[in-house]
Design a protein around this ligand. Structure first.
Ligand code: KIV
Ligand code: ZN
Length: 526
């Protein structure tokens, strides 16, 4: 076993937060948010960024092109179905990157073959044609047999061989429905390496979904069997139960390098920041007990644990909080802290602010510190989430809110919204202060969007803690989320609702007639 890291085999990290992750219902990100996440992934050392699915919409195309133009080190990849039009559109978007990649795929299992109604031979022919077409455009081509783990082995070997001969340089083996288990995941890669001619000349990738909670274990098992690229997302974001979590595989390879001697190029100190940014922009909060990046992952509550930790941190900690970018103390500052201290603390949390941005955040920080004695890192993160720098916040704003609530009905909300620069006021009643507030928003800005989710989290402890409110809304099949924080839960609720409405307006704007590309799902393979 090699202990010298530089001698160890490298496992490439392929991040698909912006494609598979963004496909989860409700996780839609704005253009600017996608650019920001891509730049964080690039800085963190991700080898390949799957930036989107260019044929899916004009918005996806623009995001992939812009990410490609701005890329520094990472390979920029786009997804394309097994159709010439998809592949051409994908190339148009990724070609701007210093290191572009086309990723094309088709479902090869019996269930997936039945959808386009292709025989095994017809599908084999389609794979040959489309991979060759992609390879004529780009010398870095990835091919995926979707639902590989439920594809007959003989047919899988046959089509992988065809894709390699047609010029694929990476073959990805997706466990599309999260059905496989670690031993099977390893056996499949081993079988392909043994049986497919030319398999030793390409890179095998593993792409796992977490429906049975085994995505991380399955990916690591595939690596032990010979895969050298892991496809994953930040926080395990992804359709249904999500994808393999980037932070989990990377930290597992680092912490258990004694039994899994592989290296990655990831700067693990950047993990916590990117995890928080993805949680914020996707609207999918990280569960408290999530491995590596959950709020409790390094918290030690019980007496025995705390005692052990004080004597020797290794008693109960297999990795240090600093390894993922968490600083030791969470207590930050109070109302006497100055602008320089705020700038330094925000920089530590991963936010480099220009002077005008700092000025705005400082005013908001002071207002918060006046209301709350102690301001914690989590409060600052909530403040940054709510800093108003997102243009999606701008068309509708909460100007004034006063509610009457308590044991005696009716509860009511007196609300003023500024809509496109004009103040509008109303008093509405409801079943409780939040319902009254939401009724007031609806009366001032009528809409047909349906509220699907309303969630309140206390950012820190104590009755003066800030509340973060998340809402999810749906209109004509489009889902948007909104989030806001405030020490007053009802104010946070109003702002979160308005934030979601603003995002809805952006979505409506984007899907106005004139988009020349039909919106497709990666599952509409025909
Ligand atoms: O899960 C899957 O099969 C996919 C493919 C498009 C690679 O995401
Ligand atoms: Zn997937």
């Amino acid at each position: 076993m090699t202990t010298d890291k530089s001698q160890q085999d490298q496992v490439l990290i392929f991040d698909t937060t912006l494609r598979d992750g963004e496909q989860s219902p409700g996780a839609t990100m704005t253009h600017d948010e996608k650019l920001e996440i891509a730049s964080l992934l690039d800085e963190m050392g991700v080898d390949i960024i799957e930036a989107g699915f260019p044929i899916a919409s004009e918005g996806d195309f623009k995001a992939v092109s812009e990410i490609a133009k701005r890329s520094r080190n990472s390979v920029i990849c786009g997804l394309a179905r097994a159709q010439f039009g998809d592949i051409d559109r994908c190339w148009e978007a990724v070609k701007h990157a210093a290191r572009p990649r086309i990723h094309t795929f088709i479902g090869t299992s019996p269930l997936h073959r039945a959808i386009p109604n292709l025989t095994q031979d017809e599908m084999a022919e389609r794979i040959h044609e489309t991979v060759s077409h992609a390879r004529n455009l780009c010398d870095n081509v990835q091919w995926s047999p979707m639902d590989a783990t439920r594809t007959e082995h003989d047919y899988l070997c046959r089509v992988v061989e065809i894709a390699i001969k047609a010029g694929a340089t990476t073959i990805n083996i997706p466990d599309t429905v999260g059905y496989t288990a670690p031993r099977e995941s390893a056996d499949l890669i081993r079988m392909l390496l043994e049986r497919v001619p030319g398999a030793d000349e390409i890179v095998f990738a593993t792409h796992c979904h977490n429906d049975l909670g085994m995505a991380t274990a399955n990916a690591l098992a595939a690596v032990e069997a010979g895969a050298r690229q892991i496809e994953c997302t930040i926080n395990g974001l992804g359709e249904r139960a999500g994808n393999t979590a980037l932070e989990e595989v990377v930290m597992a390879l680092k912490v258990r390098n004694d039994i899994m001697p592989f290296r990655t190029g990831i700067d693990t100190k950047k993990l916590i920041h990117i995890s928080r940014r993805v949680a914020t922009v996707s609207g999918f909060p990280v569960q408290y007990n999530k491995a590596i990046v959950g709020k409790n992952a390094f918290a030690h509550e019980s007496g025995i644990h705390q005692d052990g930790m004080l004597k020797n941190a290794e008693t109960f900690e297999i990795m240090r909080p600093e390894d993922i970018g968490l600083s030791e103390t969470n207590l930050v500052m109070g109302k006497h802290s100055g602008r320089a201290a705020l700038r330094a603390k925000l920089a530590e949390l991963g936010f480099e602010l220009a002077d005008n941005q700092l000025k705005d955040v400082f005013v908001r920080f002071k207002a918060l510190a006046d209301r709350k004695k102690e301001v914690y890192e989590d409060d600052l993160l909530a403040l940054m989430r709510d800093s108003g720098s997102d243009p999606a916040n701008e068309r509708i704003q909460v100007k004034f809110l006063r509610v009457i609530c308590g044991t005696e009905a009716p509860q009511s909300a007196d609300l003023t919204l500024t809509i496109d620069g004009v103040d509008k006021q109303i008093t509405a009643q409801g079943d409780g202060p939040v319902d009254a507030t939401f009724n007031a928003v609806k009366a001032l800005f009528p809409h047909s969007a349906r509220l699907q989710l309303y969630q309140v989290h206390a950012v820190t402890e104590g009755t003066d803690a800030q509340a973060t409110v998340s809402v999810r809304m749906e209109e004509d099949g489009k889902i948007v989320h909104g989030e806001a924080a405030d020490t007053d839960t009802v104010v946070a609720s109003a702002k979160a609702y308005v934030n979601a409405l603003n995002r809805l307006l952006v979505r409506r704007e984007k899907s106005k007639p004139g988009d020349d590309v039909k919106t497709v799902s990666y599952k509409d393979v025909s």
